[in-house]
Design a protein around this ligand. Structure first.
Ligand code: FAD
Length: 272
């Protein structure tokens, strides 16, 4: 809280203008702090930042979905007064052989106790029933993993690949359903992810509530649709967003035990 007795607002420097940095800068600026957000890249946005081709076309890396549990982002766009998203959409998964899996809009389906809805309503187009049924024993781990610290400790010592193997998930089901999910959700194959990370991801995106796998998409690049108006709001609240400022050092004032200055690329220095 900013004390009314303090005439000058406290100065805060936030490093990195991804979702996290923009969110921090936005809330701090709204609360009256004097905020400077320093970004190393050319534009705010971090991993979602896009760019324009020589011909003026907007490009961004990868696809960026916004799933049902993203309440913070859905409240943010309401607060900004923008409507960047499609409605919730159905999802499908294709392999080189064709359509493999189709998911309905889970929020429209009759609710079943979690995680049954996910398993019952997902339509596997090519996968034989025996392979699909091989996921059933995995339900034990899914129900057992309650996302608590203790559960994370219990499952963190095993790889995701090992977990699926131990619970008897067939090689084909793993290859055609679970491995693509891990690659999209955790950016790594099952051999490189812990079982806890895999279960945590499945829990957050798919299993905690029936509707969790429903997803919205941005009508355009996230940079143009969300980050640009967001940065404007930060600036309207008195904050500064500076690009091409890679922070390379933080100097601490030993007496007050607080950062005294930030050294950014091109040796521009912001003093407390
Ligand atoms: C291809 C791809 C697809 C994705 N798809 C989805 C999706 O569909 N849905 C989803 O929810 N998530 C998705 N993600 C993940 C999502 O993009 C990230 O989780 C999110 O962007 C992380 O935000 P962040 O603010 O934590 O970090 P980042 O986005 O990494 O931002 C960090 C920022 O800090 C800056 N920085 C770092 N060091 C310094 C320094 N020393 N000085 C100044 N600046 C610095 C960086 O330049 C960067 O701009 C995807 C990611 C990728 C790469």
């Amino acid at each position: 809280m900013v004390s009314s007795a303090v005439t000058e607002p406290k100065r805060v420097v936030v490093v990195g203008a991804g979702w996290a940095g923009l969110g921090s800068a936005y809330h701090l600026a709204q609360q009256g702090y004097d905020v400077t957000l320093l970004e190393a890249g050319n534009h705010p946005g971090g991993l979602v930042a896009g760019w324009q081709t020589a011909g003026g076309k907007s490009v961004e890396a990868g696809i960026h979905g916004f799933w049902y549990p993203y309440n913070n982002i859905f409240s943010l766009v309401e607060e900004l007064g923008i409507q960047p998203f499609t409605p919730f959409t159905r999802s499908a998964q294709y392999s080189p052989a064709g359509l493999e899996v189709e998911s309905p809009l889970f929020q429209d389906m009759p609710p079943l106790p979690s995680p049954l809805g996910t398993f019952v309503y997902t339509q596997f187009k090519r996968l034989p029933l025996a392979d699909r049924l091989s996921a059933l024993p995995l339900l034990y781990a899914v129900v057992d993993f309650d996302n608590s610290d203790e559960a994370w400790r219990r499952y963190d010592g095993v790889t995701a690949r090992e977990l699926f193997r131990q619970f008897g998930v067939s090689a084909r089901l793993y290859k055609e359903a679970f491995e693509p999910m891990l690659l999209v959700g955790l950016f790594a194959p099952g051999e490189q992810c812990s079982a806890a990370a895999a279960l945590g991801m499945l829990y957050f995106f798919i299993l905690a509530h029936q509707a969790d796998f429903d997803v919205k998409w941005c009508r355009g690049t996230v940079g143009a649709q969300i980050f640009r108006p967001w940065v404007q709001k930060i600036e309207q609240a008195g904050g500064r967003v500076l690009s091409q400022k890679r922070v390379s050092d933080v100097r601490v004032d030993e007496q007050i035990r607080s950062p005294a200055s930030f050294v950014a690329r091109r040796y521009s220095r912001l003093r407390r």
